[in-house]
Design a protein around this ligand. Structure first.
Ligand SMILES: [Zn+2]
Length: 485
């Protein structure tokens, strides 16, 4: 690509809009794109030309003026957004470009089609597109959580064994439907209070477990107490009156806080806030400070290809110990490097982001998907009408007494295929059409992403990192390779 562009210094920029195709970039938008490109490749735009096409009349006055000056040898190249901006429709356009290039020795460059990912600009663009796709998914998740929250707002018990200290009672909802709710079980609730008090008083978990079992107390499931069941009780927020509902699978140990729906006041409290806080404070003191490893699951060893794991201590690091010598790197060193990479190579790589252009590109892809969908619908509709005709003929034949067994089988096959097609058509026609993204939405998403990275919690920052970075490889030489998604 650089070879293709070498020697091109002075250029014209050409833009064109047509009232027939409103979906594209405005003339200003096309020019901005050319300008950015020219700046990046050290070209000088020495003239701008644009045409507006209306109706069927191809008035391209500026285009002709520009061509005269091109033939006069004023420039080395012409920049346009896409080749179809420059050329007349179809194959004749291609011929025109070749003719001009051959006769004048200049280059016609469609900057949108030249965007490649070997350049920082191209990479940044790709990074942003990625990011918006990620945000879209995230919004879907948000909507799902909101729906779950609505469900859980009334804190109905979703079934299963109630926790120790509670029983399940029947209540009627607004529509008179029977629902289940948690209520305090006065027989076992005092035991829960006792457990919290013992722990707050400084008893160890092992001591409490031993005491409970020695007294013959049973868990809510009727078993003996273990360290795990005690731990679950001391961490269960329902005892402080917060109804919690985990929307993920129970076996997912990597559940995040976001996965839990919390409804304060959703259950009657057994423990007051003061006692709850005392217990949690003791837990925190016990657990000590835990390091958060930003690159867990992202950082790979450049020597063996395995993941490098975080290791705590006074000077926490990431290490691979599968071979000698080991490969290690200070935690702060590599994390700072990756954060700086994201900042300078992605978030700040393009200071003047052309959101109009970006929305245009994203929507062009959506249009393509819509187009494919319409083609499928047309194809299936045609097949359906053919099958309809075939079926009618068969029925006539069977009625006329030519009814061989084979014909009936054939009729059955046609019927089946028709059902298949109808199902597919209903899926294709159903909801799930493309939402076109607006320039304003893009801007807001971009700002949100930056805000999360620069001002967000460590969780939000980590989320941005994981949305943008596929993996990080530490080579034995110390070279850090960052691979974007
Ligand atoms: Zn290794």
């Amino acid at each position: 690509m650089n070879e293709f562009l070498s020697g091109i210094r002075r250029v014209f920029a050409y833009a064109r809009v047509s009232t027939k195709h409103q979906s594209g970039l405005s003339i200003d938008g096309q020019f901005r794109m050319c300008e950015r490109f020219a700046e990046f490749y050290n070209m000088t735009i020495v003239g701008k030309f644009s045409d507006k096409e209306t109706g069927k009349v191809n008035t391209r006055e500026q285009f002709d003026v520009m061509l005269e000056r091109v033939y006069a040898g004023e420039v080395d190249g012409i920049l346009c957004e896409k080749y179809d901006r420059f050329s007349r429709a179809g194959a004749s356009g291609e011929v025109l470009i070749q003719k001009i290039e051959k006769e004048t020795g200049i280059r016609v460059i469609a900057v949108a089609e030249l965007m490649d990912t070997t350049t920082p600009v191209g990479r940044a663009m790709r990074g942003m597109r990625m990011l918006f796709a990620a945000l879209e998914r995230e919004e879907t998740v948000d909507r799902t959580i909101r729906r779950m929250k609505d469900m859980a707002r009334y804190a109905y018990w979703m079934g299963g064994q109630p926790p120790l200290g509670y029983k399940v009672i029947d209540v009627q909802d607004k529509e008179g439907k029977l629902r289940k709710k948690l209520a305090i079980d006065e027989e076992t609730a005092p035991l829960v209070r006792k457990i919290f008090e013992l722990y707050a008083d400084g008893k160890s978990q092992a001591q409490i477990v031993d005491w409970l079992n020695a007294q013959g107390y049973k868990t809510s499931r009727g078993g003996a107490f273990t360290k795990q069941s005690l731990h679950d009780i001391l961490h269960n927020e329902k005892y402080r009156g917060i109804y919690t509902y985990f929307k993920g699978t129970k076996h997912n140990h990597h559940a995040k806080r976001d996965d839990v729906v919390r409804v304060p006041g959703g259950v009657p409290a057994i423990i007051d806030e003061e006692l709850w806080d005392q217990v949690q404070k003791r837990f925190r003191a016990h657990a000590g400070y835990k390091h958060r490893y930003l690159l867990a699951g992202l950082l790979k060893c450049g020597r063996c290809g395995g993941y490098m794991h975080g290791h705590g201590g006074k000077e926490p690091d990431y290490r691979c110990i599968k071979h000698k010598p080991r490969l290690t790197i200070r935690k702060s060193k590599i994390e700072d490097f990756v954060l700086a990479y994201i900042k300078y190579e992605i978030l700040e790589a393009v200071t003047d982001i052309d959101f109009e252009l970006m929305a245009h590109e994203i929507n062009a892809q959506a249009t393509q998907r819509d187009h494919t969908r319409k083609q499928m619908i047309d194809k299936l509709t045609l097949e359906l009408s053919r099958l309809q005709t075939d079926e009618e003929r068969l029925i006539q034949a069977i009625k006329a007494g030519i009814g061989l067994e084979g014909l009936k089988e054939e009729a059955q096959k046609i019927k089946q295929r028709k059902e298949e097609i109808k199902l597919k058509l209903s899926q294709l026609r159903g909801p799930g059409g493309n939402d076109y993204i607006k320039v304003q939405e893009l801007k807001e998403n971009w700002e949100l992403m930056k805000k999360r990275f620069y001002e967000g919690t460590s969780e939000q920052k980590e989320m941005v990192v994981r949305q943008l970075i596929d993996e990080v490889i530490l080579h034995p030489s110390g070279y850090i390779q960052v691979i974007q998604k």
